[in-house]
Write a protein that binds this ligand. Sequence first.
Ligand code: ADP
Ligand code: MG
Ligand code: MG
Length: 269
Amino acid sequence: MLEIKNLTAVTSEQEISRNQALILKGVNLTLKGGEIQIIMGSNGSGKSTLAKLLAGHPAYNMLHGSIIFRNEKLIRCLPETRARLGLFLGFQYPMEVGGVSNQDFLRLAYHSRYKKKDNILNTSLRFANKILNYVKILDMNSSFLPRPLNQGFSGGEKKKNEILQMAITGCELAILDEIDSGLDVDALKTLSKTILIYQLDGSFNSRFLQTTKSLILITHYQRLLEYIKPDKIQIMKQGKIVCSGKSNLGTIIDRKGYDWLSGVGSGLH
Ligand code: ADP
Ligand code: MG
Ligand code: MG
């Protein structure tokens, strides 16, 4: 699904000024279809930069390395091409967009992804069903739909809205950046449940069908692990993945913090 090799990156400004202090310093990560991986790491370790670089954010440039997503070299693709390939990024700080209603935004995104596959009427009906279904699962009030995108939404409401976008537009790989921060316990439960329902969408009727949807969840909090069991936890420090392991690594980090991780390849597996 995703293979990142020796990725180094700077901000676009740094590249222009040739003051190339690396933010990402050789990231390696492999993720298979259907896997859930969690990335943890101290503040400023490069987690959001990695997420945004994968989505094609113009503020960051790759200097070396490679990113292969579903057999495509990602770095040559525009952000919209990456989205059509099935990559979704849920932002740490979702942007407020005045003048565009939440539902128009969702409808536009949905139609641009699915219109070629079916006629407009069927697409619209499916969209309406899907949105009602997920608004319910997410325990959101439908009065959010006509409101301007994210404007005046509370922190938790913004995060739910990111998950609504993911569920509506669909993707093969969702990267969710601190989707759990600022949530109360009930919202965290609802949101985790929705993520898991979404991941199994279309295949949860049959125990023989395996989902191929993958997730990368960036978080600071061990409590997310109570609801979502990852295949792997990756720890980032100073622009690198320095350690990876299973769920118990989250417990260790919760207890000991990140300071004891000294650097490259501290192998806890
Ligand atoms: P994390 O998400 O792990 O907390 P970030 O990826 O947001 O960390 O940031 C990694 C480092 O890169 C930080 O030191 C941050 O200040 C720096 N950085 C990120 N974006 C920019 C930018 N646009 N301009 C300058 N520095 C940046
Ligand atoms: Mg941070
Ligand atoms: Mg961040």
